[in-house]
Write a protein that binds this ligand. Structure first.
Ligand code: SF4
Ligand code: SF4
Length: 296
């Protein structure tokens, strides 16, 4: 079983359109959307959700108002100013404490110090993840709550579940729509992958982002290749990217021209492979074939 992860230095490079096309081209694959902060692969693949699971990124403290005696111990010891003296009154205390959930870092220290065991430590539900079926095979994806953190943990969970499905169903390839950027979620997306495809575009920021992403793949010793999307919008920068790739031994898996049918395909909830009948379809197919060649 091989795992291919498609990433980009930033969002909006056409990464998801390329992943959807790979899904259409692959035979016997499991799909995983690890771009959990801005998941949109489902818009093209229209998954039929078979199972929904809660995702907890960690624990948070909450105060049981009825038990709190308003002693203020939790406020004194919390390093994050999470306990607030503004809870409602109860029989014992005029006012009680509550814990501001966005400030609580879930360290659990206050629980040890509360003299009346009024603090609970519960799993916080940060989002949900799904096991689905699509027209191209099984898919694992997620929805993270607004302003929720721990997306790195959710990314790792999605990849693990995709691997389990691939093993159970005897699938040969896992295609992952990875998180953009260079932070924790992208590291969680690529670590241990068999091949990373970096999608970039010929803009100054695209060129700059490419260097940062390549540094990351090299640091983690993950084989990588690059695909220059919309390469013809600035052939000068495309040449610079090709030169740079050559200097750092980064294989170019292919170039894809700018084509309005890519956006039209997205609007129609189709992959480029299903929608386009021109050279862009051939270019995407050629990138996919090159990826398979590299994996051999
Ligand atoms: S769990 Fe830690 S961060 Fe949260 S309120 Fe208690 S002491 Fe503060
Ligand atoms: S330490 Fe316990 S009893 Fe004291 S204020 Fe905090 S929650 Fe209430």
């Amino acid at each position: 079983m091989k795992e291919i992860v498609v990433i980009s230095g930033k969002g909006g490079t056409g990464k998801t359109s390329i992943v959807a096309s790979f899904a259409a081209l692959a035979k016997n694959a499991v799909l995983a959307d690890c771009d959990v902060d801005a998941a949109d692969l489902h818009l093209i693949l229209e998954p039929d959700i078979k199972q929904t699971h809660d995702f907890s990124g960690g624990k948070k403290a909450t105060i049981i108002t009825e038990k709190c005696i308003g002693c203020g111990k939790c406020e004194q010891i919390c390093n994050f100013n999470a306990p607030k003296f503004d809870g409602s009154a109860n029989k014992t205390a005029q006012r009680t404490y509550t814990i501001e959930p966005f400030s609580c870092e879930g360290c659990g220290v206050c629980i040890q110090f509360c003299p009346v065991q009024a603090i609970e430590f519960k799993d916080e539900i940060n989002g949900q993840w799904f096991e689905s079926e699509t027209r191209f095979g099984p898919m694992v994806h997620a929805k993270l709550g607004i302003a929720q953190e721990n997306s790195g943990k959710l990314v790792s969970l999605i990849r693990k579940q995709a691997k389990e499905i691939a093993t159970k169903q005897n699938k040969e390839i896992i295609i992952v729509d990875g998180s953009p950027g260079i932070g924790c979620p992208v590291i969680a997306s690529i670590s241990g992958a068999d091949l990373v495809l970096i999608v970039t575009e010929p803009t100054i920021s695209g060129k700059h982002d490419l260097d940062r992403v390549v540094e990351l793949t090299q640091h983690f010793k993950i084989p990588a290749a690059v695909c220059i999307n919309k390469y013809d919008i600035n052939t000068k920068i495309t040449k610079q990217i090709e030169k740079r790739a050559d200097e750092i031994n980064l294989k170019i898996a292919g170039k894809i021209a700018y084509d309005t049918s890519v956006t039209k395909a997205q609007i129609a909830a189709k992959s480029i492979i299903e929608y386009s009948q021109n050279s862009v379809k051939e270019q995407v197919t050629s990138v996919w074939e090159e990826m398979l060649n590299i994996l051999k």
